[in-house]
Ligand binder design. Structure first.
Ligand SMILES: C[S@@+](CC[C@H](N)C(=O)[O-])C[C@H]1O[C@@H](n2cnc3c(N)ncnc32)[C@H](O)[C@@H]1O
Length: 329
């Protein structure tokens, strides 16, 4: 059940920054929009920037040019971030003729030069994606969590996950015999397993499993609401501003609004802005479908047709595989 007391008043999406607004969605360049935001006003900046991959919304440039452009924006993001605020930067790799450039590592200096403090390099692990043939298939991206100072909002209790062994007890010391864990669950750690794109999971043959992720829109690089929800819950308080400079179809804004935070985003493509608006209205109308937080990642039972070894691959000859037990002398 959604609790949206912030929106007891008239719900409105403003097109430009206003101190009294609850939702701002700007269509245009993030570099222009950010200049309209006051200093120290945003508790969380969370985004997935363009990766310079030549997607339909970007012109591919040299990495140097790409990073120089980002550097200008990052300076501004530091300015608008509240002194106890956080920035979460979600990126993958830039790939050029098969060579991988880890964008997060290239970005690190930019953040460090702008006085950000790194708190975690979170691994976002997913089980599906393109299969590489000349290198190992990529199955994670990263979220770099930076703060503006040493004094920052961090609500660990809001994002605890169930412990694997809640029944564990201290076996020595003054608390011997007492439960050793936390009754609210454990710290989710810096490896997050959220499905990247269920719609890429090759599950189309399985009865009752939809081909499409419930959140899928026309955007080629959408991230799941669930991923941002964890950042919002851990790093902000109710009614705080959450800002996504590269808002896409509004995923970060939805995660903020779902938890009674104020949401701000800039996006240059009008088509994505229209989708973002539609999704926000769907949230307000109660018709938005999202993948629920903490929903277990689908694990095949082995009975599904796609989980079985094709007849034509079956052979009596033993295969040389690493998992096959070998005898060592
Ligand atoms: C990786 S996508 C973000 C998708 C988003 N996380 C979502 O779930 O919808 C990056 C977005 O940045 C937008 N973009 C690229 N350059 C921009 C700029 N200078 N100003 C505003 N938006 C920009 C692109 O159109 C694209 O939608």
């Amino acid at each position: 059940m959604l609790n949206l007391p912030l929106f007891d008043k008239q719900k409105e999406i403003r097109a430009d920054f206003s101190r009294t607004a609850d939702v701002v969605l700007y269509q245009g360049d993030a570099n222009d929009f950010v200049k309209t935001i006051p200093d120290d006003s945003v508790r969380l900046i969370v985004t997935s920037p363009p990766y310079n991959l030549g997607k339909e919304y970007e012109d591919r440039v040299s990495i140097k040019t790409y990073l120089e452009t980002q550097s200008e924006l990052i300076k501004q993001l530091y300015r608008v971030l509240a002194p106890n605020g956080s920035l979460c930067w979600q990126v993958g790799n830039f790939v050029d003729r098969g060579e991988v450039y880890p964008l997060d590592i290239l970005y690190y200096d930019l953040f460090k030069h702008n006085d950000f403090f790194l708190r975690n390099r979170i691994i976002w692990h997913f089980g599906h994606g393109l299969h590489a043939s000349k290198r190992f298939s990529g199955r994670y991206e990263t979220i770099w969590w930076f703060t503006k100072s040493d004094d920052y909002v961090f609500n660990l209790d809001a994002v605890r996950v169930p412990s694997k062994y809640p029944g564990k007890r201290h076996f020595k010391g003054p608390n011997i015999g007492k439960p050793s864990g936390n009754p609210n669950g454990k710290n989710p750690s810096d490896v997050w397993q959220v499905v990247l794109k269920d719609w890429e999971a090759e599950l189309w043959d399985i009865p009752n499993v939809k081909a499409n992720h419930p959140e899928k829109t026309i955007h080629p690089c959408q991230y799941p609401v669930e991923l941002v929800e964890r950042c919002v819950l851990a790093l902000t308080r109710e009614e705080d501003w959450v800002f996504d400079p590269y808002a896409g179809v509004g995923t970060s804004m939805l995660a903020a609004l779902m938890h009674n935070r104020r949401a701000m985003g800039s996006e240059k493509e009008s088509e994505y802005v229209a989708f973002a608006r539609e999704r926000i209205h769907a949230l307000w109308n109660g018709t938005l479908t999202t993948r629920p937080v903490g929903k277990p990642v689908f694990v095949p039972t082995g009975k599904e047709r796609v989980a079985q070894i094709p007849e034509e691959w079956k052979t009596d000859k033993p295969k040389m595989r690493l998992e096959k037990k070998r005898k060592y002398k």
